[in-house]
Design a protein around this ligand. Sequence first.
Ligand SMILES: Nc1ncnc2c1ncn2[C@@H]1O[C@H](COP(=O)(O)OP(=O)(O)OP(=O)(O)O)[C@@H](O)[C@H]1O
Ligand SMILES: [Mg+2]
Length: 250
Amino acid sequence: MGKVISVVNQKGGVGKTTTAVNFAACLGVMEKKVLLIDMDPQGNATSMSSIQGESFNTIYDLMANPEINAVYPTGLPFLKIIPCNEELTGAEVELLQMDEREFVLKKTLQKYKEKFDYIIIDSPPSLNILTVNNMVASDGIIIPIQCEYFALEGLSRILETTKNIKSLNPDIELYGIVLTMYDKRVKLTYEVENDVREHFGDTVFKTVIPRNVKLSESPSFGMPIVLYDISSIGAQKYLELAQEFLKKMK
Ligand SMILES: Nc1ncnc2c1ncn2[C@@H]1O[C@H](COP(=O)(O)OP(=O)(O)OP(=O)(O)O)[C@@H](O)[C@H]1O
Ligand SMILES: [Mg+2]
């Protein structure tokens, strides 16, 4: 059975989508069968994955009707995607009115767990019902954080939510915290890094993702970094992160 992993942080712009897309792509490069799911109505992961045109089925459609096909190919043979668009905003309201509203995604994904080694879910910048669905459906979470003021406070909030989720998903694990947009020229980076490593020890990935312009350019070309520029430091580090993760999971 494949592992389901949500990339979560309620704070906006910390690198969730960049991490979800590129981590998924790097696992795909390592010939793991990977399904990326865009669960953020902003649809950023979808636009990074070269799906063209208007008419595609989304995770929103799939949750409403599990029989349809919503899995699409990407530029990488081992990476598939279930996209979304702003319609998913409607799902927030609809989910709130449903029975077992926290379990809708989990039930939807059940059959895909047999077909994929990893299912990676990108989350919105909120701890709303969509994120709760993501966490209930997940074996583990990865939390990207930016080394800045209040990073630790933000982290405690997610960890508190994760604890609460245990009443619905007792086995959920914290697979790791990853430092993103790491800039060693900034003093605060070291201070936050030291704090986070002191508090969370081995839960923090040794690999850090540096600020790299190629990572911010690749979405506008609809490509993960390994297709956009494999030789960039951003690509190298996401590959390293995927490797570190696979070692940890052994
Ligand atoms: N390591 C990096 N180096 C340079 N730019 C980055 C890096 N990681 C992310 N970015 C850029 O920072 C911005 C925010 O990143 P991203 O969209 O991944 O964050 P997010 O947490 O998914 O945001 P949101 O909360 O809005 O969904 C994007 O423009 C992205 O291209
Ligand atoms: Mg995002």
